[in-house]
Design a protein around this ligand. Structure first.
Ligand code: APR
Ligand code: PHB
Length: 392
């Protein structure tokens, strides 16, 4: 049987960053990933990094490309009533965010880990967790050469996303799930065309929400609120552009730049929290423990926030047999998680059109948007959550 200190399941942002943080402290790690390197590096996800996320990557020496290619943004637009209302993040909070695709961070973290001679077990199949309530939990899997493998760990970190095996390995009586689904999904496209505006635009329109974002000076990222039952094959490129143009239209100067679509996908929206984020020697981090709808751009940032707490907790546990940080891990993380859950819910419900919205709900929504755009107090609340609250 193989042996390590921390077995990490999942090489998304949470698992990769945890591996870096632990390796820097001299902790031995084995990192397992179900998919291939090519797949995880090309999976298109969100792209907003809070300043605390950027600062952590810089501290670890992992932000060279992010600093070169990431796009710093000091504000964004709320678009409603056919006009832009700018939220000046920099003026309201003194901080900004950086637009840099999640898969670019994943690429950078993979390259940096491999450069230190550390391995990643890609294409690990049939991953299963055992003996989690003992001091010697195990992971079994079939590796990419078809060999059955078994790894004895001191601790397992479940960083395998929302559809992974870690969360379901917790017995039903030992956890509580909090779940909320929304009556809409996001149809996302990546377009080979320069952004139509220098900043992100969150648009509330009678036809539904739309978002204008970007990846680089030549690539635009756009989203449309759609019914979760919509099928991608019913959305031709022309239909997508027409709908985006309608929902992003303003009175005044704005032209939506069209271009070839490089990727299209539909993602359902959900809020979900697991409490506690631990069972015995299994610790959950990132999407494995909680998900948010993408409107607040918090998913990856929460994953990063979890592992920045988990790493020192595991170091204290493994090096000094000090359980204090590990015992406080879930509660500490869940405070930030629930703040982000509320913020994401608030952004989502303020900007999306519910299929059953009555005129009363419509007017409340517009009133909320007008208040946010005109009150420094309301805008500051939005802005400080958006750029990311500080760590205590
Ligand atoms: N065994 C090993 N790896 C697995 C398994 C499994 N059984 N199941 C899933 N995985 C892998 C996935 O292929 C993925 O690479 O775990 C990884 C989880 O990564 P993410 O889904 O990116 O989750 P996380 O690292 O928590 O990052 C959260 O991802 O979904 C977005 O919006 C979310 O931005 C947020 C971020
Ligand atoms: C993105 O660029 O993919 C993006 C930006 C902001 C969001 C969600 C996604 O709120």
């Amino acid at each position: 049987m193989e042996r390590t200190q921390v077995g990490i399941v999942g090489a998304g942002p949470a698992g990769l960053l945890l591996a870096h943080l632990l390796h820097a402290e001299g902790i031995d790690v084995v990192l397992l990933e179900a998919r291939s390197r090519d797949y995880v590096e090309n999976r298109v996800r969100a792209g907003v990094c809070e300043h605390t996320t950027v600062a952590l990557l810089r501290d670890l020496g992992l932000a060279d490309r992010l600093d070169r290619e990431g796009l710093p943004h000091g504000g964004f637009s709320l678009r409603f009533d056919r006009a832009d209302h700018r939220i000046d993040l920099a003026a309201l909070t003194g901080r900004s965010i950086t637009v840099y695709g999640q898969q670019e961070i994943v690429k950078d973290l993979i390259a940096a880990r491999l450069a230190t001679g550390q391995a990643i077990e890609f294409e690990a199949a049939d991953v299963a967790l055992h003996d989690l309530d003992t001091e010697a939990p195990r992971i079994t899997w079939t590796d990419r050469d078809g060999r059955a493998r078994e790894l004895r760990c001191d601790v397992i970190a479940g960083c395998d996303g929302f559809h992974g095996v870690s969360r379901p390995a917790i017995p039903a009586g030992a956890r509580t799930f909090y779940d909320h689904t929304y009556p809409f999904a996001w149809l996302g496209v990546l377009a080979k065309t320069p952004p139509s505006h220098e900043e992100l635009i969150y648009a509330r329109h009678e036809r539904g929400f739309a978002l204008h974002s970007m990846r680089s000076p030549d690539v635009t990222r756009l989203y449309l609120q759609v019914d979760p039952a919509e099928r991608l094959e019913d959305w031709s490129d022309a239909r997508i552009w027409d709908e985006l143009a309608a929902r992003l239209s303003v009175d005044g100067d704005f032209t939506l730049r069209e271009g070839p679509l490089l990727e299209k996908s539909i993602t359902p929206m959900r809020s979900f929290v697991t409490e506690p984020m631990r069972y015995g020697r299994l610790f959950l981090a990132g999407d494995a423990a909680h998900i948010v709808p993408p409107t607040g751009a918090k998913g990856m940032n929460l994953a990063v926030a979890d592992v920045r707490r988990l790493a020192p907790a595991l170091v204290a546990l493994l090096d000094k047999n000090d359980t204090q940080l590990a015992d406080g891990y879930a509660e500490q993380c869940l405070r930030r998680v629930w703040r982000a859950e509320h913020f994401s819910y608030y952004m989502t419900t303020m900007l999306h059109r519910a299929p059953d919205a009555d005129p009363f709900a419509d007017r409340l929504q517009l009133s909320q948007l007008r208040y946010t755009a005109s009150s420094t107090a309301a805008a500051t609340s939005l802005a400080e959550n958006y750029v990311g609250l500080p760590f205590d």
